[in-house]
Design a protein around this ligand. Structure first.
Ligand SMILES: Nc1ncnc2c1ncn2[C@@H]1O[C@H](COP(=O)(O)OP(=O)(O)OP(=O)(O)O)[C@@H](O)[C@H]1O
Length: 277
């Protein structure tokens, strides 16, 4: 694969009078792991929606592996934000994962079917979901459902993997399993990973660069450059302390700088327990 996996040129996104971000120039290379960070409402999910072709840019240009985003781009994997699936959903885990396969590429007929079955089984084994993949997904726990979503995103062998807080409902052990799995795909196949998260520490060992969005401003660079008191204080426009303890990064003061947003989101969280952070 040559050229950028993701390329945003002078990109901007506006909703009514509100500019989420503008003047964004970002080139993500094949095999690069980019963490997308920022407070609630800063436009992280909207950025992924642009890359999925679900949201047009207000200004500028976007390309994924040289093409405009959308239907023509079959080699894009997506792990959505965790939402509990309907308890009555009878679709089995294996069928959910198989939805991530592109029929044309894996062939038709019996041989194609056998190859696809094998590929689905491999993806399920890779996330350690063999014991429950035959069950209706509506009856699985949030963490089990999330591992199947990761398998679904990886089964199509994506060149670009877009992840929207994929670790939210996972316990620490499974956070590690899932982030290592995503990183293994990146290393072995040169997949570019764009990983939206509120919590950088579980993925810190893998991250090459950070895109940090705050109130229309942003900073792009390696964690050692972006995750500093000086850079984040400048971005938030108030004093923010970044402390490094035992190889982890802790940010203090960032949310209180945006207390209006924060209060609003606490109310959201009470309405939707599945989204608790
Ligand atoms: N289609 C739309 N029309 C109008 N406003 C929108 C639309 N989509 C998103 N927004 C607004 O844009 C802002 C950014 O939303 P987005 O979901 O991208 O934020 P986020 O950084 O992912 O937040 P969170 O951390 O809470 O998930 C929000 O204020 C949201 O209400």
């Amino acid at each position: 694969m040559t050229g950028a996996a993701v390329e945003l040129t002078d990109a901007g996104l506006r909703f009514g009078p509100r500019t989420l971000w503008s003047g964004l120039n970002l080139r993500v290379e094949p095999g690069e792991f980019l963490a997308v960070l920022g407070p609630n409402g800063s436009g992280k999910t909207s950025l992924l929606r642009v890359l999925l072709g679900l949201q047009p840019l207000s200004t500028g240009r976007v390309r994924l592996v040289g093409r405009p985003p959308g239907r023509g781009n079959r080699r894009v994997g997506y792990v959505p934000q965790q939402r509990a699936m309907d308890e009555g959903l009878t679709l089995r885990g294996t069928d959910l994962v198989a939805l991530g396969l592109d029929g044309h590429r894996w062939g038709t007929g019996l041989r194609g079917l056998a190859r696809r079955r094998r590929r689905v089984a491999e993806a399920i084994a890779a996330v350690g979901a063999e014991s429950y993949a035959g069950s209706p997904v509506g009856r699985l726990s949030g963490g089990e459902q999330q591992r199947l979503r990761v398998a679904q995103a990886l089964v199509g062998e994506p060149e670009v993997l877009l992840c929207d807080e994929p670790l939210l409902s996972l316990d620490v052990a499974h956070q590690r399993v899932v982030s290592e799995l995503i990183d293994a795909r990146r290393r072995e196949a040169g997949t570019a990973v764009l990983f939206v998260t509120h919590e950088i520490n579980p993925i810190l060992p893998f991250v090459h660069r950070v895109l940090y969005l705050v109130n229309g401003a942003f900073r792009i660079g390696p964690p050692v450059e972006v995750m500093t008191s000086a850079t984040l204080s400048e971005l938030y426009g108030t004093r923010v302390e970044v402390v490094r303890v035992g190889g982890q990064i802790h940010v203090a003061g960032a949310q209180s700088a945006l207390c209006e947003d924060d209060a609003h989101h606490h109310l959201d969280q009470l309405d939707e327990p599945a989204a608790w952070r």
